[in-house]
Design a protein around this ligand. Structure first.
Ligand SMILES: *[C@@H]1O[C@H](CO)[C@@H](O)[C@H](O)[C@H]1NC(C)=O
Ligand SMILES: *[C@@H]1O[C@H](CO)[C@@H](O)[C@H](O)[C@H]1NC(C)=O
Ligand SMILES: *[C@@H]1O[C@H](CO)[C@@H](O)[C@H](O)[C@H]1NC(C)=O
Length: 483
């Protein structure tokens, strides 16, 4: 059997065989660390030292000293997770002779500036978008020198928050970055812009029901079914019939308070949102394991009218190991109402959602399919000052990174999938000939960054081709300018 690179629940296995469970084919990445400046902006702070920042690099396709550099601006998690779920970037590198680097965001994965103390106060204070961007700018500059790549144009790429960072890199460091591919980057909604408040992170009932019904004719029974399930839960809760709730949802403990019911509603809402976001046409191991078309797996259509959804199994029991669902360990409420995940990475994301990144998303049961759950700026403030001793600064991201006023920027692709709950928080219409929106009708959350797959819809194949052509043009223009 062939030895390949494997990945198993956030742990990279350097060499294993095709028989290892949950393997993913990975390109030939080397894992490296860079001595990185802790605090780029304050020469006197507690962060006057350095920390080890992880990155992955492969030169297997690189035309040495000449080919471009494709630099992934890592986001809120272990960098391997992104490298192994962004195969398009290595495919593109093979096509264009590029060096590929995946950088890990500070405070995530193994790039913890203060080890296990990183989430203490004040150590956590060096977790900002600006520090992360400066890390990437320094890393690109140093690696170019080290690798004799001074003349090589750099293209940044990223998905979701990583896509936001790609946009910011291009507008903050255009001296270093020639262009950016921002896939599914909600740069508007996270800056408090647009109408994200209207629909819970865009988990639009109509789109969701299309996912269940295989793009067949829209069936109004679907909306009733999903809303009806939440309605039933809340009727049982009002009747204090907690035993029936426990058995209906296979909960480990009998809920007993309105707080428990609120938590259950949050856990269910999170499950639906995750499935919609990760509704890829084949099974994946990204943010947990998902079957192909998870929404359809979770929601069966019976007699073409009656619809029954059991999202908890698909999202929380993908290992098949759970005998019951523990309300408080599977889902943790945080400053991101769509969920922060679990473990250290979730602390970091919670802190970011408490500072620069605004996610006051609410569900209302009118424009979305979830029970009304508020998350006001006031609630956010209360939570954040209690949890992290910080007061969020609404509007800062918009000031710092231009909000929707991007007209003077250039060379950015904003790609979005119409199925993605996050899509409408991003740029959906081209803003100029070099600020290009690409919409992928059958795409979930940054499907375009994933490696080619036989199950890919035509629209993502077309999008990738267009992205590839635009990037090649940017590289060519950058080379011309520097010669
Ligand atoms: C730098 O950090 C060390 C160790 O935390 C501290 O002793 C020193 O005073 C700091 N220097 C400055 C200039 O802040
Ligand atoms: C988890 O999945 C396994 C395998 O499908 C199943 O036997 C078990 O009942 C599930 N757990 C819950 C709580 O539903
Ligand atoms: C959601 O709205 C419907 C009417 O559109 C209503 O019948 C139902 O009770 C609401 N559900 C919840 C959980 O508030």
């Amino acid at each position: 059997t062939k030895i390949i690179n494997c990945y198993f629940y956030n742990h990279y296995i350097p060499s294993c065989t095709e028989k290892t469970p949950y393997f993913d084919l990975a390109p030939d990445f080397k894992e490296e660390y860079l001595k990185q400046v802790l605090d780029h902006f304050n020469y006197n702070s507690h962060g006057n030292g350095t920390y080890d920042q992880r990155y992955l690099i492969t030169d297997q396709y690189w035309k040495k000293g000449n080919g471009p550099i494709f630099f992934y601006t890592g986001n809120e998690g272990d960098v391997w997770e992104f490298a192994l779920n962004s195969g398009f970037i290595t495919e593109l590198a093979a096509e264009q002779g590029a060096l590929v680097i995946f950088a890990e965001h500070r405070y995530y994965g193994n790039s913890l500036p203060f080890g296990k103390d990183s989430f203490n106060i004040p150590e956590v204070g060096l977790l900002t978008v600006e520090q992360a961007l400066a890390d990437y700018a320094v890393m690109i500059t140093e690696l170019k020198k080290e690798l004799g790549a001074q003349k090589c144009p750099v293209i940044v790429l990223g998905g979701s928050y990583g896509g936001m960072l790609s946009v910011y890199m291009r507008i903050r460091y255009p001296n270093i970055v020639a262009g950016a591919l921002a896939a599914s980057a909600p740069i508007l909604s996270t800056a408090g812009l647009g109408d994200s408040i209207d629909s819970f992170s865009g988990t639009n009932i109509d789109v969701f029901c299309l996912l269940i019904q295989d793009f067949e004719k829209f069936n109004p029974a679907c909306k009733d079914a999903v809303q009806g399930a939440f309605q039933k839960l809340n009727t049982l809760a009002q009747q204090k019939d907690y035993r029936r709730i426990q058995s209906a949802f296979s909960l480990c403990k009998t809920p007993s308070t309105p707080k428990d019911i609120h938590q259950l509603n949050g856990l269910l809402r999170n499950a639906f949102t995750m499935m919609a976001m990760l509704d890829y046409p084949y099974s994946t191991h990204f943010m947990g394991s998902m079957p192909a078309f998870p929404v359809k797996v979770a929601c069966e259509t019976m007699l073409n009218v009656f619809i029954l959804c059991r999202p908890t199994g698909v999202v929380y029991n993908s290992t098949g190991q759970l005998t019951c669902y523990d309300l408080y360990s599977l889902y943790v409420e945080c400053a991101d109402p769509t969920g922060c995940g679990l473990g250290f990475d979730s602390y970091a994301w919670d802190y970011q959602a408490c500072t620069e990144i605004e996610m006051c998303y609410e569900s209302n049961n009118v424009t979305d399919m979830f029970p009304p759950m508020t998350f006001t700026e006031q609630q956010r403030e209360q939570y954040c000052s209690k949890r992290w001793g910080v007061v969020p600064r609404p509007g800062w991201l918009k000031t710092q990174f231009w909000g929707d006023d991007l007209a003077t920027a250039s060379n950015i692709i904003f790609s979005n999938g119409d199925l993605d709950p996050w899509a409408n928080g991003g740029i959906r219409k081209s803003l100029s000939p070099s600020l290009i929106a690409i919409n992928i009708p059958e795409g979930a959350h940054h499907l375009d960054l994933r490696e080619s797959n036989p199950a890919d819809p035509e629209s993502v194949i077309v999008a990738r081709k267009e992205e590839s052509e635009i990037i090649a043009q940017w590289v060519k223009a950058a080379r011309k300018k520097s010669s």
